[in-house]
Design a protein around this ligand. Structure first.
Ligand code: TTP
Ligand code: CA
Ligand code: CA
Length: 664
């Protein structure tokens, strides 16, 4: 394995562009593509994100014309807004009344709900008035998410897939091996052995003087480069990746009617920024020679992993949130303020260097179904009705996970119960042996409830949540920063006293919370625990908007944890939960959130705020949910599918200095 590119911007392995006859890249770099080497300067990564996802899902389901303004409603708030509606100034910050004022013809479709006493979710015309008896179901969107993922997989060669589901509506693809295969096919000269069998020999230049980027939005090059410079293999690799992505997007459009946006670049950091750069229905390519220019316009708080505590500390330390400003800060300064690892990581990130893996680890580790009650519930019978809904909800998700085929099954079931400020939890094993069914889940849940009720002083109850966990692990540790992140996410849950996201060996009930808290609180991890915006401080109030403009505390129904500015844009399936450890922390403070220092006006608001954090954690964990095979490839036939179908409404933009490229 060779060391990362030496250039500041990570694009060129040598001192600059080629000598005219030779590429700046070596035979070794080329072969690194095939093995998904994350430091390979020819690496190509894409991020695909659905446009206004829930809104599109409803448009497709209802057969609504594409130019019809539509938003997805949850109680009185909006959780997704399509682009025609955005043109009226409608956003997640609006409630239904405000949105209708802006656009009277807006369709506001309420999300599907489970209803107390009913055993199936449904779209109900009166859902908005039933916050007390209904629970949001995001199953329709999960289902669509899965169909989209299936199309993406279908369009990638079976043995050259590396796909990470990064949220309900987004994926990262490491297209390096696939693009490598296409490169070898189109440029057979690359298959010859290097001169003198020396892998560090420079490759010949690509036999091309310009590349055809079709409708892709190309980011302008850095100042020292021009469009008249000959392309090198990194440009060609990105072009191939962008063809692959264009074809995938066309297939999603054709088969499922969804539009999505994409970013194509050399790593996750850049591709993620790229996909959001030209929404909707466009893909943005960030060539290596354009990285500095591209990044200079951003606030670093928009970067993956700099949206939270670490980003805030960085902002405070240097009194700026501009990437450009921080480029003047030396790595030594960063190290002295943040420690060696984090300092170097920040230094690299500001320069668009990110060697984290696209991780096809993707198996659910736990599932949770929950409801906060306003008004509270007061009887065992009521609680049991909710357990029935939770069991049905969890079971339907387990079926999708292959529980009927006994592919994977959970080992434990946990019930949390809240009575005023007091929370109680009970857990029991799920016996392996026989087939797991909904009835079994329900009867286990009921017996956990009985145990809690037997303690007395349990009514009124303001929140119940049922979860299953202890699925087989199958998660390969990522050695990049993501590895730390995963740890960090686990660490958060350790702090919360929950076992749900943890590896089993971490999940010892007997381990004191304080001790567990210390495990992951050192070094870079403490910064990289994912903390997106808090619901009470969201810049466009998106999360608050989810509850009709009221605070979670005042309405206190299900938590909708997707946050404005959340780069993953996920929404947990209206889960809300809490833990005993969490409660211990909060009861001693004056409504100060121990995780993000937000000040809340009441203990109830604080509790709901913490529910939101918890749901975010679970949502992060849901991020880790899908199953893909990923195999380092050898050369294969990876030619992308034929030219994409033309999509309506897509701006055709001819880029400077770009002309037709004829392959082969
Ligand atoms: P996003 O990808 O963040 O947003 P989006 O798909 O609606 O719009 P864009 O075109 O800008 O990508 O979120 C994906 C889905 O997650 C979104 O359709 C609804 C849900 N969500 C919430 O429920 N609440 C939130 O605060 C956010 C951000 C998302
Ligand atoms: Ca989206
Ligand atoms: Ca998203």
């Amino acid at each position: 394995m060779s060391s990362p590119p030496s250039s500041l911007w990570g694009s060129s392995p040598g001192d600059g562009r080629s000598d005219g006859r030779h590429s700046q890249f070596t035979y070794r770099h080329l072969s690194q593509m095939a093995s998904y080497n994350t430091s390979c300067p020819l690496r190509v990564v894409a991020h695909i994100d659905l446009d206004c996802f829930y809104a599109q899902a409803e448009m497709v389901r209802l057969g609504v014309p594409e130019d019809q303004p539509l938003a997805v409603q949850q109680w009185q708030g909006l959780i997704a807004v399509n682009y025609p509606a955005r043109a009226y100034g409608i956003g997640r910050h609006c409630n239904v009344t405000e949105a209708k004022k802006l656009c009277p013809q807006l369709i506001h479709q309420h999300v599907a709900t489970w209803r107390e006493g009913d055993d199936k979710w449904a779209y109900r015309p009166d859902a908005a008035d039933h916050v007390a008896t209904d629970k949001v179901s995001l199953d329709p969107y999960r289902l669509e998410s899965r169909r989209i993922l299936a199309v993406i997989k279908e369009h990638l060669p079976h043995d050259l897939q590396k796909v990470e589901k990064a949220g309900i509506d987004e994926v990262f693809l490491d297209l390096s091996a696939h693009a490598h295969a296409v490169l070898l096919e189109r440029f057979p000269e690359l298959t010859s052995p290097p001169p003198d069998d020396d892998p560090s020999a420079l490759l010949p230049m690509p036999p091309l003087s310009a590349l055809e980027w079709q409708a892709d939005a190309l980011v302008d090059l850095d100042d020292e480069h021009t469009e008249f410079d000959d392309p090198d293999w990194d440009d060609v690799a990105l072009l191939i990746a962008s063809e692959i992505v264009r074809n995938i997007r066309a297939a999603i459009r054709e088969k499922l009617k969804y539009t999505c946006s994409a970013g194509v670049a050399r790593n996750k950091l850049l591709s993620k920024l790229g996909s959001g750069h030209n929404k909707p229905n466009q893909q943005t390519v960030i060539r290596n020679r354009a990285v500095r220019h591209f990044l200079s316009g951003f606030k670093f708080t928009k970067f993956r992993n700099l949206g939270g505590k670490l980003g805030e500390q960085l902002r405070q330390a240097f009194n700026t949130d501009s990437v450009q400003d921080l480029l003047a800060v030396s790595v030594e300064q960063l190290k002295s303020k943040f420690g060696d690892d984090t300092g170097v990581w920040i230094y690299d990130t500001l320069r668009g260097i990110d060697t984290s893996e696209v991780n096809s680890r993707t198996q659910i580790k736990s599932m949770l179904s929950a409801k906060s009650f306003r008004p509270s519930i007061n009887t065992v019978e009521q609680a049991r009705k909710w357990l029935q809904i939770f069991a049905a909800d969890i079971f339907s998700r387990l079926v999708e996970e292959g529980v009927l085929e006994n592919k994977r099954r959970p080992k434990t079931i946990t019930l949390h119960h809240r009575h005023y400020a007091q929370t109680r939890s009970r857990q029991s094993p799920i016996h392996q042996g026989r087939l797991l069914d909904e009835e079994t889940l329900l009867s286990l849940a009921k017996s956990l409830l009985d145990q809690i009720v037997a303690e007395g002083h349990v009514w009124p109850c303001t929140n119940l949540s049922l979860s299953v966990g202890g699925f087989d692990q199958g998660i390969s540790r990522n050695m990049g920063i993501d590895g730390f992140l995963l740890k960090g996410e686990e660490a958060q849950v350790v702090k919360l006293g929950s076992k749900m996201l943890m590896k089993e060996e971490d999940a010892q009930e007997t381990q004191p919370a304080e001790k567990r808290r210390r495990i992951d609180s050192s070094g870079i991890r403490q910064f990289l625990t994912k903390k997106e915006q808090t619901p009470c401080t969201g810049s466009d109030g998106a999360v608050m908007g989810n509850n009709g403009g009221e605070t979670l505390g005042s309405l206190g129904s299900e938590v909708s944890p997707g946050a404005a500015g959340n780069p993953n844009g996920l929404t947990a399936p209206d889960e809300a939960s809490f833990s005993q450890a969490n409660h211990r922390q909060t009861s001693t403070t004056v409504h100060l959130c121990p995780r993000c220092d937000s000040r809340l006006e009441s203990s109830e608001a604080l509790q709901n705020h913490q529910d939101w954090h918890f749901a975010k954690d679970l949502q992060e964990q849901e991020r880790v949910t899908s199953t893909f095979v990923s195999q380092p490839s050898t050369a294969g036939n990876g030619r992308p599918a034929p030219a994409p179908v033309k999509r309506p409404g897509r701006p055709k933009k001819k880029e400077r200095g770009q002309s037709k490229l004829n392959f082969g």
